[in-house]
Design a protein around this ligand. Structure first.
Ligand code: F0G
Length: 362
């Protein structure tokens, strides 16, 4: 599917257009993480850091396509419900495309960096007294009334752009290793990425570029306090009633009713993958593990590594596997979580001798 464009648009043959409203997005790094690989105990480990996109998350890959569609349709107002990153990306791409944006956020549950982005890129921000799922219900209602053009991952054009995560991973991994990865581990909220990656792999198989036996196992990770997809993999279908109240430090994936479940569950099952839930303290520990490799991510992103560690400990992931973990958002998205997880600043007097003494130098 590869062509001459940049980033996402390099894969325009797999997309509905040849170019989009672009900042530009995609072409994110596939980091090695040697110490973490050693700790986890797998043959190889790569970190696909989607936090390196223009607004700091993978959402940009979907917006470059989705906002272009909106432009072609000539719609007046773009809107989304969001746990934060979608709103930041929509605000920036909407601004780039010269369109008004409206974002609905769960009050008090969105990380500071994300609200700051939406605000400065000139989105109108509505703080809803409810959770993400409530916000999505409202914005779908507005879209059905023709008031706004919906740019959540229910919009199929968003997922077309997000397919390029899978295309980049396969291409780059094979260039380095001469083979495709066995497994891709990713955080799951609304399950848009899981659906998009599965679609990308199916299209590659259908085009003859990928052998069905080489399709990576899609492995989803959720926070224990917000894990309807894990329950669905274990018991058949998400029980959304049970997940009315969700809570986790990984606010990006604080979602009880994953709207893309019908597309994502066949992806996890059809590739021989699985889904696992991780506790918040394991997420924070994984965030520190990644940071020690120089890779700064927000909590939801670190869930992928926490999930891999857990599945390796349980023996579900084997020691001979080649694994890619997807980290979906940048550290600076959630400065409060980073501050909590990291070293605290130490006050010292304004004096070299006192500073030397404080750091324990001889
Ligand atoms: N990681 C981050 C950093 C996210 O922001 C999201 C979703 C996910 C993972 C989950 O991805 O929905 O494709 O399974 N954030 C959305 C938002 C819901 O509004 O920003 P998914």
């Amino acid at each position: 599917f590869r062509g001459q464009g940049r980033g996402v648009w390099r894969y325009h043959a797999a997309l509905p257009f040849d170019e989009g409203v672009s900042l530009p997005e995609g072409a994110t790094p596939l980091h090695r993480a040697p110490r973490l690989r050693e700790t986890v105990g797998v043959r190889s480990l790569r970190i696909k850091h989607e936090g390196m996109n223009p607004t700091g998350s993978f959402k940009d890959r979907g917006m470059t396509v989705g906002v272009r569609v909106a432009q072609k349709l000539g719609v007046g107002r773009l809107a989304c419900a969001s746990t934060g990153n979608t709103s930041a990306a929509l605000a920036a791409y909407g601004a780039r495309g010269g369109m008004q944006t409206l974002v609905l956020l769960p009050a008090g549950k969105v990380a500071a960096g994300k609200v700051a982005q939406a605000a400065l890129h000139d989105a109108r921000i509505l703080e809803v007294d409810g959770n993400f799922d409530n916000c999505l219900d409202i914005v779908q209602d507005l879209a059905q009334r023709g008031e706004v053009y919906l740019l959540n991952s229910l919009n199929p054009f968003r997922l077309e752009g997000q397919k390029t995560i899978g295309l980049e991973i396969l291409e780059e991994f094979r260039e380095d290793n001469g083979r495709f990865p066995d497994r891709i581990v990713l955080p799951v909220g609304n399950a848009g990425n899981t659906s998009a990656l599965y679609k990308a792999f199916r299209e590659l198989v259908q085009s003859g570029a990928l052998d069905p036996a080489e399709v990576p196992k899609l492995t989803g990770v959720q926070a224990a306090g917000s894990a309807p997809m894990v329950e669905a993999i274990e018991h058949g279908w998400p029980d959304t009633e049970r997940w009315n109240e969700v809570e986790t430090i990984a606010t990006a994936i604080r979602i009880g009713n994953p709207v893309n479940a019908p597309k994502a569950l066949p992806g996890i099952r059809g590739t021989g993958g699985t889904a696992v839930a991780v506790e918040d303290d394991a997420i924070t520990e994984a965030q520190r593990d990644l940071a020690k490799e120089g890779i700064g991510v927000e909590p939801a992103s670190a869930a992928s590594v926490a999930g891999l560690k857990k599945l390796r400990e349980k023996g579900v992931v084997g020691s001979e596997e080649d694994v890619v973990c997807l980290t979906t958002g940048h550290l600076l998205k959630d400065p409060d979580a980073a501050y909590e997880a990291g070293n605290k600043p130490e006050p010292v007097p304004n004096d070299p001798g006192a500073v030397l003494e404080h750091i324990g130098a001889q």
